[in-house]
Design a protein around this ligand. Structure first.
Ligand code: PLP
Length: 360
């Protein structure tokens, strides 16, 4: 959780940890392995090394959305590649496939697409583009654990799919995440890259001998985090059902209001509701709406400040005018509270406050 949660404040998101979770962590703390032990194989955690595993030549271009967490562009930079931003769809806020087509050059090697708020992208269309141009696909499903596209769970559509287990996400391990892939070669590289590029962990070595095959870093997850992850994963379906219930109530309450527009939910997906976002009406000042909600203890947030606005990204000379949809959505969007343990009465408090403040 990133915000203070006193009794009268309703955060935009937060974790749920029960006694079973706590017991499973304590069990590992009392065991022989704190890291690189048996819980890892049981839970398998890696992350953020997906771009590294592609081993792209320096200067390669990677297409992604600017309307996401900065990690999605940073990972291109870590690997000597250039992030190329593409504008979003005005209703789902996902990357717009039509705009991707316009930004493909000879140097383009990969697309990182983000299932914004938990709404899967137009995956079939993205695959078609990737196949046509020989591009790798990385799905950032950090918002989308449990989401479905055309009846199938996200996790195996792209070459690699990344998940985060930060406390604000669907399930948590404190920090850390996971990458899923069905490609054996990528899987082997990911395992090297998370462990300094070394091919054998201490428990896998029969003698002192091991090799370092790639320049990796330490992306290891601990066993007590995996124990928590295993325990949390069992509850993921229950968590998601509650999020769906809350989303349904919000949608009902805001339907017919001109001053509040929820995210469009397409008919061929199951939304995972990491975030519940609304756009405030064009005549309403988002920042003053934001302050009024916070003043009532409703800890709304904004997801996201477009990446090209950050000072570090200024050096790339990106013109915000090239991203009119991102700019418009950013100027009006607010994330309202959405988490598994939110109480019904708090949902009603949020709805009432939105209705009062969105009309001014
Ligand atoms: C949370 C998140 C990440 C990754 O977060 P970590 O801090 O690396 O766990 C990446 N992308 C999106 C869209 C996220 O929401």
């Amino acid at each position: 959780m990133t915000e203070k949660n006193t009794s009268h404040n309703i955060p935009y998101g937060r974790q749920t940890i029960d006694d079973e979770d706590i017991r499973s962590v304590i069990d590992v703390l009392k065991s022989d392995f704190l890291t690189t032990g048996p819980k890892i194989a049981e839970f398998e955690g890696d992350r953020n090394i997906a771009v590294g595993a592609l081993e792209l030549p320096a200067g390669s271009e990677i297409i992604t959305t600017p309307f996401t967490f900065s990690a999605d562009a940073n990972c291109a930079l870590y690997n000597g590649c250039k992030p190329v931003f593409v504008d979003i769809n005005p209703q789902t806020y996902n990357i717009d496939p039509e705009q991707i087509r316009k930004k493909i050059t000879k140097k383009t090697r990969a697309i990182i697409y983000v299932d914004y708020a938990g709404h899967p992208c137009d995956i079939a269309e993205l695959k078609e583009i990737a196949d046509k141009h020989g591009l790798a696909l990385i799905e950032d499903a950090c918002h989308a654990l449990g989401a479905e596209y055309k009846g199938k769970r996200v996790g195996s559509f792209a070459d690699m799919t990344v998940f985060s287990f930060h406390p604000v996400k669907h399930i948590t391990t404190g920090e850390g995440g996971a990458i899923t892939t069905e490609n054996q070669e990528l899987y082997a590289k990911l395992k090297l890259l998370r462990n300094h590029g070394i091919d054998k962990t201490p428990s896998e070595r029969a003698t002192y001998v091991y090799d370092m095959k790639m320049l990796g870093r330490n992306y290891r997850i601990t066993d007590f985090q995996c124990a928590l992850g295993i325990s949390q994963l069992k509850k993921a379906d229950k968590f998601l059902k509650r999020r769906e219930e809350v989303a349904k109530r919000y949608a009902e309450a805001f339907s017919g209001m001109d001053s509040v527009t929820p995210q469009l939910v397409k008919s061929d997906i199951r939304h995972a509701w990491h975030l519940y976002t609304i756009l405030v009406g064009k005549g309403i000042n988002r920042d003053s709406f934001f302050s009024k909600m916070r003043a009532k203890g409703i800890l709304v947030n904004v997801h996201y400040i477009p990446i090209y606005k950050f000072s570090y990204y200024k050096q790339f000379g990106i013109n915000p005018k090239e991203y009119p949809v991102t700019e418009e959505v950013f100027s009006r969007i607010v994330s309202i509270p959405m988490f598994h343990s939110i109480k019904d009465e708090d949902v009603e408090t949020v709805i009432k406050a939105v209705k009062e403040n969105a009309n001014k």
